[in-house]
Design a protein around this ligand. Structure first.
Ligand code: PGA
Length: 255
């Protein structure tokens, strides 16, 4: 068991009106007594951030799903890190594979967004992961290492200590397929070795989350692995029952 506090973060993607978001977060807050020993965060869509922030009662942290890399200006449709911090956001997801694939985010863009998050005084959740073709070609470790290094190179030790990495195999996201606990552990251990190559003294403190069809019934096996420090949850974070089940598994993994 490590001394890293597990983090379970819900990525709501493009789901939930304000009213639905508030209902979901209220349901979670009601169960927050059961979250002890686990850090819990939710990342609603931008439109619901402000309303959700007001319901969290210090029990759950607020995340955002994206940020623009510039601080302000003529960037129609974009949201800056200052704006996110202003509504109480503490974590910002960067480099999600959906953004890399559908919104053309390159490693360089992801790195700039990660820098913007740190400058805004928040913590980045950097997503990395291989596609099915890359996995079949046995390139997983190389691809993931490249993404980690491209985004985090140049971080100071204290910046790296604030970062969270989420390993999300692209083929497992929203598909119902998960990496086996052993496969995921192998990649997580490799990510930690890469972090060690950047700053060996902080690599042991950085949380590395697993994401990709994590559900209450497969969470325990994944979270029992020594280098899996929590989860980034899509589909299962949209319901109080399922999300709480994963948090319970994270809690059990600390005992
Ligand atoms: P999923 O999504 O849990 O629905 O697979 C995870 C993610 O994309 O962060």
């Amino acid at each position: 068991m490590s001394d890293r506090v597990p983090l379970v973060c819900g990525n709501w993607k493009m789901h939930k009106t304000v009213e639905e978001a508030v209902a979901l977060v209220d349901g979670l807050v009601q169960r927050a007594e059961g979250f002890q020993g686990v850090e819990v965060a939710v990342a609603p869509p931008f439109t619901a951030l402000h309303a959700v922030a007001k319901r969290l009662g210090g029990k759950i942290r607020l995340g955002a799903q994206n940020v623009h890399q510039e601080t302000q200006g003529a960037f129609t449709g974009e949201v800056s890190s200052e704006m996110l911090a202003d509504v109480g956001v503490g974590y910002v997801i960067v480099g999600h594979s959906e953004r890399r694939a559908m919104f053309a985010e390159t490693d360089a863009v992801v790195r700039d967004k990660l820098r913007a998050v740190l400058h805004g005084g928040m913590r980045p959740i950097l997503c990395v992961g291989e596609t099915l073709a890359q996995r079949d070609a046995d390139q997983t470790l190389e691809v993931v290492a490249g993404q980690v290094e491209a985004a985090l190179q140049g971080c100071t030790p204290s910046e790296l200590a604030l970062a969270v990495v989420a390993y999300e195999p692209v083929w497992a996201i929203g598909t119902g397929r998960t990496a086996s606990p052993d496969d995921a552990q192998r990649v997580h251990a490799h990510i930690r070795r890469c972090l060690g190559g950047l700053h060996s003294d902080v690599a042991g403190r950085v949380r590395i989350l697993y994401g990709g069809s994590m559900k209450p019934d497969n969470a325990a096996g994944l979270l029992a692995q020594p280098d899996i420090d929590g989860g980034l949850i899509g589909g299962a974070s949209l319901q109080v029952e399922a999300f709480s089940g994963i948090i319970a598994a994270a809690r059990a993994s600390t005992r």
